[in-house]
Write a protein that binds this ligand. Structure first.
Ligand code: ADP
Ligand code: MG
Length: 679
């Protein structure tokens, strides 16, 4: 393929580097130029091709300068309108010229019209296209016709060469009645005249099915391969002894739910194996993941190994530290705390304990995987709110296993429930455990949407709640552009609420407070000394104060769904009926309105996540993980769930029985995009 540097640069912007990339650069839609519509038959909203003679041509000034032509065929007259045009076009579209137009019919003031149609002057007997015209995704400066020509050339070569040989075993093609790859690719680039355009547009045509299957399969293969490679490492065998677990469970004020017991058993079994666990524990906000993590840590500790628990924010890490210390101290287990903002001396002491092995559990923030942290014998790394960490950070913690040739077990926890199809695709390199019930006795949270100009009602409500001994969160708006501004808003809110409620004890917590101050504020809120806590979104994850039963979130329209769900999850943790008030500022954008509707109507995190995925698509939903994982271009998780399950089954079969083909398949579809392999 010989192209100019300019074109090459444009192509690379589209992710096209090799000939194969061009072959797999598939149309986003098609235009039907295979037949002509009589003008009078075309209905508004239809995209059609018509042909006729220009009978009128005029530049009008009302309401602004535009070129208006009338086209006539044997059935009727159509208005063609250009709002932007070159002077030369006035001449080109002179009266008497015959034109072919493709565009959407609208009903205008003077009858049917097309605005900015694709318009071509034609000689009398020019033949019609024989197949649908593919329209490719492209970038500024690269026209459809250049791109189409390039693809055409490469396809011609591909007919002769091996570029599109099968990577699927015949058996699998038969079993799932898949179309051939080469035929599918050819069909999508040059659809035959008799093809169903609906099936092509909706991507349900067998050719699309094959492409999507191949894509999903490539993703499954590469992720399962990584899974197997990591599994081929050794890990410490952490035998199930259950002595410490029994002691811990005895001292708890509650019984584990059936779901907690089930996931604990899955984790425990993994830990007892000689290869590293790579498990993702999913559970909705408040489903009780911390105790499950604690039980896993005990299994490591019981076998003479250390465990580490890493959390994305200092507040959360600190809270874990307190909770776990309270649970583990009575068992004679030493828990240490490590964070970036710690005093030098304390930090050094913690580091020493970790290195010597006297610290059996280390709890902390990102500080845990810094270079100076050396574990004596790390057996299990637990990562809370895993989506907050990038792949590199998780990798760094995993490298902390200091027994030669072993890798610690890894437990990742996610409070943002992950929709099933997403978890099957983008998390296919992990085993997944799901806590699918909440502890009993939780009163449901009532969500209220209140416009910002009705604040006064809320003030009365807060007063009343506090009088009844309840506690309240007031969450300040997220200001993405400026942390300083966010801080300022929080302080102002704190000032004004303190004035409004002179007889309440009001507290303030935000990200810029020093660790000790944060800890002190959270502690006095927990103990009930603070009645109304003004907070920034730092309290979003994990914070657990069961007596807090009213939450006000300001400018809720600015927040994402999972953030709102997380924040709301800070209440409804006790047996008290809880209320979450979402204050919003009008006017609402379309997307904000949709989000607020979803959060108002649903409390189930999995359902919210499913709708969030629909709203935003997988790219944004995945956040940090996205950076490492090849994204799907053709398959649609919502629409192609069944195909995904098929691809999953096929991936395992191919890795077992056809490893060579599997490798070629991955290379064809992912090429060098499989870099996160070692994480
Ligand atoms: P999350 O899954 O959001 O991390 P936590 O582990 O913080 O949830 O648990 C939420 C609250 O529920 C905590 O106060 C915890 O002690 C309590 N909890 C956990 N498991 C149970 C249970 N089986 N029964 C009653 N309360 C429980
Ligand atoms: Mg948690």
């Amino acid at each position: 393929m010989i192209v100019s540097a300019n074109v090459q640069e444009k192509l690379s912007r589209l992710g096209i580097r090799k000939e194969l990339d061009l072959i797999l650069h598939l149309p986003i839609r098609y235009e039907d130029e295979t037949h002509l519509f009589p003008i009078s038959d075309a209905l508004p909203g239809q995209v059609v091709q018509v042909e006729g003679v220009i009978i009128h041509n005029e530049v009008v000034m009302r309401p602004r300068r535009q070129l208006v032509c009338q086209i006539e065929d044997s059935s009727g007259i159509l208005v063609m309108r250009f709002l932007n045009f070159y002077g030369s076009q006035i001449k080109t579209y002179a009266v008497g010229k015959r034109v072919r137009l493709l565009g959407e019919i609208r009903s205008g003031f003077f009858g049917a019209e097309m605005v900015h149609p694709k318009c071509r002057i034609i000689r009398k007997s020019e033949s019609l296209a024989e197949s649908m015209t593919p329209i490719y995704p492209t970038t500024a400066g690269l026209t459809q016709s250049i791109l189409g020509k390039l693809i055409g050339q490469v396809l011609q070569d591909a007919q002769k060469t091996q570029a599109l040989t099968e990577t699927l075993p015949e058996k699998i093609i038969q079993k799932y009645r898949l179309a051939g790859l080469k035929e599918s690719v050819m069909c999508l680039h040059n659809p035959p005249p008799d093809v169903s355009i609906e099936a092509l547009q909706a991507r349900t045509h067998p050719a699309w099915r094959r492409i999507k299957f191949d894509e999903l399969l490539a993703q499954q293969l590469s992720m399962r391969l990584h899974y197997r490679q990591r599994r081929s490492h050794s890990a410490p065998v952490l035998v199930q002894k259950n002595k410490l677990a029994k002691l811990l469970l005895k001292q708890l004020a509650f019984e584990l739910t059936a779901a907690q017991i089930k996931v604990s058993a899955e984790i425990s079994r993994d830990l007892a194996a000689a290869h590293p666990m790579q498990r993702l524990l999913q559970g909705d906000v408040g489903s009780g993941k911390t105790i499950v993590a604690a039980l896993a840590a005990l299994q490591a500790i019981e076998n003479g190994f250390q465990a580490a628990l890493m959390a994305p924010t200092e507040i959360l890490a600190e809270q874990h530290f307190q909770k776990l210390s309270a649970w583990f101290d009575p068992l004679g287990i030493q828990v240490v705390w490590l964070s970036g903002s710690q005093k030098k001396k304390q930090k050094q002491a913690a580091l020493d304990d970790i290195a010597l092995g006297t610290a059996q559990l280390a709890v902390g923030t990102h500080a845990l995987f810094q270079d100076q942290v050396v574990f004596h014998q790390l057996g299990l790394a637990i990562i809370d709110e895993q989506h907050r960490f990038g792949v590199h950070q998780r990798l760094a913690l995993r490298m902390k296993g200091s027994l030669s040739n072993t890798v610690p077990h890894q437990l990742m926890m996610s409070a943002t429930p992950i929709p099933r199809t997403l978890s099957m695709s983008y998390f296919a390199d992990l085993d997944v455990s799901i806590i699918d019930e909440l502890p009993p006795g939780r009163a449901p949270i009532v969500t209220k949407l209140i416009a910002d100009n009705r604040r006064d009602e809320i003030i009365a409500r807060i007063q009343q709640a506090c009088q009844q001994g309840k506690q309240v969160y007031w969450v300040c708006p997220l200001i993405e552009e400026s942390e300083t501004l966010q801080l300022q808003t929080a302080m102002e809110t704190y000032e004004s609420l303190s004035q409004i409620f002179p007889d309440l004890s009001v507290g303030l917590v935000h990200g810029r407070l020093a660790t000790q101050e944060k800890t002190a504020v959270m502690a006095s809120f927990k103990q009930g000394e603070i009645q109304l806590l003004v907070a920034t979104t730092v309290i979003e994850v994990g914070v657990d104060v069961p007596n807090a039963s009213l939450m006000v979130i300001e400018n809720a329209e600015r927040m994402g769904l999972s953030q709102l769900h997380q924040l709301r999850g800070r209440v409804g943790r006790g047996s008290e009926a809880s209320i979450c008030i979402l204050l919003f500022q009008q006017p609402l954008s379309e997307i904000a309105r949709k989000r607020l509707k979803i959060i108002f109507e649903h409390t189930d995190g999995f359902e919210i996540a499913r709708q969030d995925l629909q709203l935003r698509g997988p790219g944004e939903f995945l956040g940090a993980r996205q950076s490492g994982v090849p994204m799907l271009r053709f398959a649609d998780l919502e629409q192609d769930g069944e195909l995904l399950a098929t691809a999953q089954a096929t991936a395992n079969e191919m890795l077992n029985d056809y490893p060579g083909l599997a490798q070629r398949h991955i290379e064809r579809w992912l090429g060098d995009k499989t870099e996160y392999l070692r994480v």
